[in-house]
Design a protein around this ligand. Structure first.
Ligand code: B12
Length: 214
């Protein structure tokens, strides 16, 4: 079994400390941090999602896996966020109202910081008003919303409407993401961009802030 497979398996079993050790070992073996993230941690979490869907494992198991995921991410964080350029723009990110999933949102934050953007992390269960406030009071020029539940995707649309109502669409661009979110959905609610994962989120933010006259 390769170290990456061991990482995925250990994450599935929710073993936080051994997982952190394995991630360090993988780094010692010269495996790049991004590969460890994608083919170890995220691969393990995808398997957890499948097993949860099929009722092979239950919520406490998923929670343990999430804790292990964070233990692994902590080891990788300084490497993923390696030396960015000086600040390039201010992005407010959050998991939308009703949504407590924050692993993906936090990864997006880590990557954006690494690319030199200032990130305001609004946390999870973030109501539309809080996103609007981040533009009005904290000068965010990009809003990044994350949703992992089909039921909370509606809050993205509510936030876009609120930003419109308050005349803030000219001040901040809206980026959306999360497993159930798609390009089509993003367009249907009037978001400015969608990104599939944290790495492409960085590309999209670059375009939104620098690329198209935003
Ligand atoms: C871990 C997990 C949990 C943990 C969350 C812990 C935490 N701190 O986040 C806990 C145990 C709390 C949990 C709870 C629940 N969960 Co849950 N959970 C998951 C699981 C297994 C993994 C999610 C994850 O972290 N993936 C790893 C990260 C890295 O991936 P990601 O989040 O998709 O993020 C990437 C991209 O989507 C993107 N991205 C994410 N956000 C953003 C934002 C922007 C701006 C951009 C550009 C990109 C972007 O970039 C990220 C990195 O590449 C998923 C299964 C799955 N396959 O997604 C179910 C899943 C999301 N959960 C599900 C459910 C049903 C629930 C509960 C309702 C269960 C219950 N009965 O209580 C509750 C709801 C709690 C709530 N109100 O939010 C369902 C959702 C079904 C649906 N379609 O709505 C899923 C799909 C499981 C399933 N297959 O049934 N869950």
């Amino acid at each position: 079994m390769t170290t990456l497979q061991e990482i995925a398996g250990t994450l599935e079993r929710g073993e936080a400390e051994p997982l952190a050790g394995l991630v360090r070992r993988a780094l010692d073996e010269g495996i790049p941090a991004r590969t460890i993230l994608d083919d170890g941690l995220i691969a393990g979490m995808a398997a957890v999602g499948e097993k949860f869907k099929c009722h092979e494992i239950f919520l406490p198991d998923v929670l343990m896996a999430a804790k292990a995921m964070y233990a692994g991410m902590d080891v990788l964080k300084p490497l993923l966020a390696a030396e960015g350029a000086p600040e390039r723009g201010r992005v407010a990110i959050g998991s939308v109202q009703g949504d407590l999933h924050d692993i993906g949102k936090n990864l997006v934050g880590i990557m954006l910081r690494g690319a030199g953007f200032e990130v305001i992390d609004l946390g999870n269960d973030v109501p539309p008003e809080r996103f609007a406030e981040a533009v009005e009071k904290e000068g965010a020029t990009v809003i990044g919303m994350s949703a992992l539940l089909t039921t909370t995707m509606a809050s993205m649309s509510k936030t876009v409407s609120l930003l419109e109502e308050r005349g803030l669409r000219g001040k901040a661009r809206v980026l959306v993401g999360g497993a159930p979110v798609s390009e089509e959905f993003a367009q249907s609610i009037g978001a400015d961009a969608y990104a599939f994962d944290a790495a492409s989120a960085v590309d999209r933010v670059k375009l939104l802030i620098e690329g198209d006259g935003a």
